[in-house]
Design a protein around this ligand. Structure first.
Ligand code: NDP
Length: 434
């Protein structure tokens, strides 16, 4: 804790996992003998580098780039790249650490990593984005590879950015190693259904949670925060299953539409125009816009799906959800609920799906993209979607079972942490001390 005292997000993620592991350690002395806990919180390596690039006014700008290669016991390092001004080493480490267990839960052969930059893509021209991505990859390329480390997208990094980075990687390597990055567009190595995978996967996971309680999405009121890649496809699948999604947000504020969100309008605003969520009122004048994104949790709902960013639900927001009768919370984003919020869910019978398990669909389909790339083939949307559904069902079942086995029935935080941890820890024991 002292060693990482200047990294609050990483400490938060590590505490959440380590506190879940007491019952496992009691039954597995080999984990203590091999000092797994102290080893598992130390990344294999952290790469940090300068990214200099020229803006449209010919000024040279400088950002910092990162890649945290945390653990490759199960497979090559795997995890997204985030471009956002808040990016720092603590955030990179928390995301990479969570990724280890999430990736283990998918059952695919992928280790844990994460990277990104404090570059702010907002307001940049397409040419500036391209120059930044090329400069970023000019350093990153020497640290990654299809069998070494396979980055993907995250906040601020979508198919366009992946395309620019992939082009630069190919140029520098002089070889067509498609499996080095996932999240490429279908047609040049990308997988169908990757764009939809995290949001759809989240809804498949929640469908299992609902089923457990004898319920379904039909006629449920749902609030989804964010309006990016994860949020849009969570809304799409929840609506498809018969839910009414009444609110979503961006970092400026949220919209409330009592008649149910018009998803075509959201897609046009966010995917095509790159505009603010407030402009939704031009499509649906009867909807409401409220400044301040975290107030979205005051909107009454049966199911809350935080899909924006870390720590967007604190204790106060969790108490609001509870007072409004919310029965299910599942995380599309990484660590959107702080530790106080999680305790409020667990103590008050709100059935909670933690991000590590609930949002694993994205990286699972990324692993399927790697499989398609190495087989030099492309699967149909239906085939990928079916595999995604199988994987999400398996993650739910495994997390639920681990919770029951270790005396925490119904607690998917403990269940998913233990199920993911055991796979990685067993690998570390088997591979010897290094
Ligand atoms: P996008 O960049 O596509 O969208 C992010 C959304 O969250 C936007 O609506 C953005 O609003 C909002 N947002 C970002 N930062 C903040 C902030 N500080 N406060 C409030 N709102 C914010 O990212 P994704 O949809 O890809 O990612 C969302 C979350 O899901 C992240 O936590 C990510 O790590 C996680 N995740 C993503 C996966 C994927 O496959 N993409 C896989 C698993 C997890 P604005 O436009 O105003 O910035």
């Amino acid at each position: 804790k002292e060693k990482n005292s200047h990294q609050p997000e990483f400490l938060q993620a590590a505490e959440e996992i380590l506190f879940s592991l007491a019952p496992v350690l009691a039954q597995h002395p080999e984990y203590i003998e091999h000092n797994i806990l102290e080893r598992i919180v130390e990344p294999d390596r952290i790469i940090s580098f300068r990214v200099a690039w020229q803006d449209d006014n010919n000024h040279v700008q400088v950002n910092r780039g990162y890649r945290v290669q945390f653990n490759n016991v199960i497979g090559p390092y795997k995890g997204g790249l985030r471009f956002h001004p808040t990016v720092n080493e603590s955030i990179m480490k928390f995301l990479a650490f969570e990724q280890i267990f999430k990736n283990a839960l998918t059952g695919q052969t992928i280790g844990g990593g994460k990277g990104g930059s404090d570059f702010n893509p907002k307001g940049k021209s397409d040419a500036e984005i391209m120059r930044f991505c090329q400069s970023f990859m000019s350093e990153l390329y020497r640290h990654i590879g299809p069998d070494v480390d396979v980055p993907a997208g995250d906040i601020g990094v979508g198919a366009r950015e992946i395309g620019y980075m992939w082009g630069q990687y190919k140029r520098l390597r002089g070889a067509y190693e498609a499996g080095v990055l996932t999240g490429k567009k279908p047609g040049y190595g990308g997988s169908l259904a990757r764009k939809e995978a995290t949001g759809y996967g989240l809804v498949y996971f929640v469908a299992e949670m609902l089923h457990e309680k004898g319920e379904s999405f039909v006629d449920k009121t749902v609030v989804v925060s964010g309006s990016g890649n994860v949020a849009i496809y969570a809304i799409e699948k929840a609506q498809h299953y018969g839910a009414k999604v009444v609110a979503c947000s961006d970092s400026s504020g949220y919209i409330y539409d009592a008649d149910g969100i018009d998803l075509a309008a959201i897609k046009e605003i966010k995917e095509i125009k790159g505009d603010r969520i407030q402009s939704y009122l031009q499509y649906r004048p009867n909807a409401e816009y409220h400044e301040g994104c975290t107030n979205i949790w005051s909107v009454p709902c049966d199911i809350a799906l935080p899909c924006a960013t870390q720590n967007e639900i604190n204790g106060d927001s969790a108490r609001l959800l509870l007072a409004n009768g919310t029965k299910f919370v599942a995380e599309g984003a990484n660590m959107p609920s702080d530790l106080e919020a999680i305790n409020i869910y667990l103590e008050n019978d709100i059935y909670f799906g933690p991000g590590k398990a609930a949002n694993a669909g994205g990286v699972a389909v990324s692993a399927l993209e790697m499989a398609q790339n190495s087989g030099r083939t492309a699967w149909s949307f239906q085939k990928v979607d079916e595999k995604l559904q199988e994987i999400m069902k398996a993650i739910y079942a495994e997390s639920k079972e681990a919770a029951e086995t270790y005396g925490f029935a119904g607690n998917l935080v403990v269940g998913s942490n233990i199920a993911g941890f055991r796979k990685v820890a067993d690998g570390m024991v088997a591979e010897g001390v290094y």
